[in-house]
Write a protein that binds this ligand. Structure first.
Ligand SMILES: Nc1ncnc2c1ncn2[C@@H]1O[C@H](COP(=O)(O)OP(=O)(O)O)[C@@H](O)[C@H]1O
Ligand SMILES: [Mg+2]
Length: 392
């Protein structure tokens, strides 16, 4: 009996299981139906799309944040530049620390040609006149191979030397060298030969286009949108082996501003010559110029030497008392600032002959009196100040 009852319970349990199994099956079937429901499938896809869009949005946001950070840096940069543009010109050239190319100072110190910049922030003091006559002097008196570089966008040196040699102009050449587009080997290809008037002198010309190039280069450098330090471009060109082997003296005619070209000239020169008129207006400009470049030169070209101050446009062959007095102020300033300033003893008086050939010829080539008198003496002093030996 007991066994029979036990057998019945087992069957009931089996039947119960079958019943609940059917209930689970029904539930599964319902769930299956729901999953198969097209609306749920569509929802699932839309959920997937949304997830992807969210990922995309996150990516875009990351890019936007990076752009915003970059823009903030630019705005900060721009504010600094605006401040500097309103301030002194030399402040601009101190915004970024100097980043000279590898081995620059050493290569400059070992340069075979002597590199000399003739500059002053005052116009009309005789920078171009002196550059042209020194080129002729070094070529003819010393037999040197000269490269003359015009870095004044007014192009006066280019005009003077080209007209003197009877050569067509043909545009500004110097732009490509201060912008780093061309190297020293290319300089030899494009430089204007002044043969036969000045057979051993080559010229790199400039004109008004240069001003635009200079502004573009300066702004790009200020905004850090250039490769390398724009201030050393000309130096790299002049230190190229092709230029090093080809010339003995490089004379750079500077503009009356601290333009990109002027900074390039100061960054690659061994010597600086400052022409001045010996009057109360011009002499203080020399001091201002020296103070101004003193603010950035130690970082850019600490080896640059002041070869001398060339006194030009003096009232007569002998300096008048007033002129001597003006110049003595300069000597006092040198002493106070601890500068090694040297005024060449030979000055250039105001000469009608120099004014008459202005922009058209080089007086040294034309007039024996000037060649054998004033320029012979001044030239010898300049040669000595830049370390040439004794004239042949
Ligand atoms: N010693 C001089 N005697 C007469 N005229 C001169 C003398 N030196 C320069 N000049 C003239 O003065 C003007 C300015 O000279 P320039 O050499 O062009 O100066 P800068 O290059 O400094 O602006 C030119 O017309 C030039 O011929
Ligand atoms: Mg000039």
């Amino acid at each position: 009996m007991f066994e029979a009852l036990q057998g019945m319970e087992t069957w009931q349990a089996v039947l119960g299981l079958i019943g609940s199994g059917t209930a689970i099956g029904v539930a599964y079937e319902k769930l299956f139906q729901r999953i198969k429901n097209p609306e749920i499938g569509a929802l699932q896809r839309s959920l997937d799309d949304s997830k992807k869009e969210l990922t995309d949005i996150r990516g875009t946001m990351a890019v936007c944040n990076a752009d915003r950070a970059q823009a903030q840096v630019k705005v900060k940069n721009f504010d600094t530049i605006r401040e500097a543009l309103f301030g002194e010109e030399d402040e601009l050239w101190r915004i970024h620390p100097a980043a000279p190319p590898a081995g620059y100072a050493e290569r400059l110190a070992n340069s075979k040609p002597k590199i000399i910049t003739i500059a002053n922030l005052k116009g009309g003091v005789g920078k171009t006149t002196l550059t042209a006559n020194l080129a002729a002097y070094f070529e003819q008196r010393w037999g040197k191979r000269v490269l003359a570089i015009d870095l004044d966008y007014q192009g006066s040196l280019s005009e003077t030397l080209l007209i003197a040699a009877g050569i067509d102009y043909g545009g500004s050449l110097v732009d490509d060298f201060i912008s780093g587009k061309k190297d020293g080997a290319e300089l030899l290809q494009v430089a204007k030969s002044l043969h036969p008037r000045m057979p051993n002198t080559q010229l790199i010309t400039s004109n008004y286009d240069l001003a635009r190039t200079e502004n573009r280069l300066m702004l790009n450098w200020l905004m850090k949108e250039t490769n390398g330090d724009v201030r050393f471009n000309l130096g790299e060109v002049l230190l190229h082996p092709a230029v090093q082997d080809r010339f003995d003296v490089i004379l750079i005619d500077g503009p009356p501003r601290l333009s990109t070209g002027a900074i390039n000239a100061l960054a690659c020169s061994h010597h600086l010559i400052i022409p001045t008129i010996p009057d109360a207006m011009s002499v203080p400009a020399v001091t201002r110029f020296l103070h101004s470049i003193g603010n950035f030169l130690p970082a850019l070209n600490p080896a640059l030497k002041l070869a001398g101050i060339a006194v030009n446009l003096a009232s007569s062959a002998t300096l008048k008392e007033k002129e001597i007095e003006s110049l003595s102020r300069l000597t006092d300033e040198f002493a106070m600032a601890g500068m090694n300033g040297h005024i060449y003893e030979q000055h250039i008086p105001r000469l009608a002959a120099l004014a008459n050939v202005a922009g058209r010829d080089v007086l040294y080539l034309k007039e024996r009196l000037f060649r054998e008198g004033t320029m012979e003496k001044l030239g010898a002093e300049v040669a000595k100040s830049i370390g040439f030996g004794v004239v042949k």
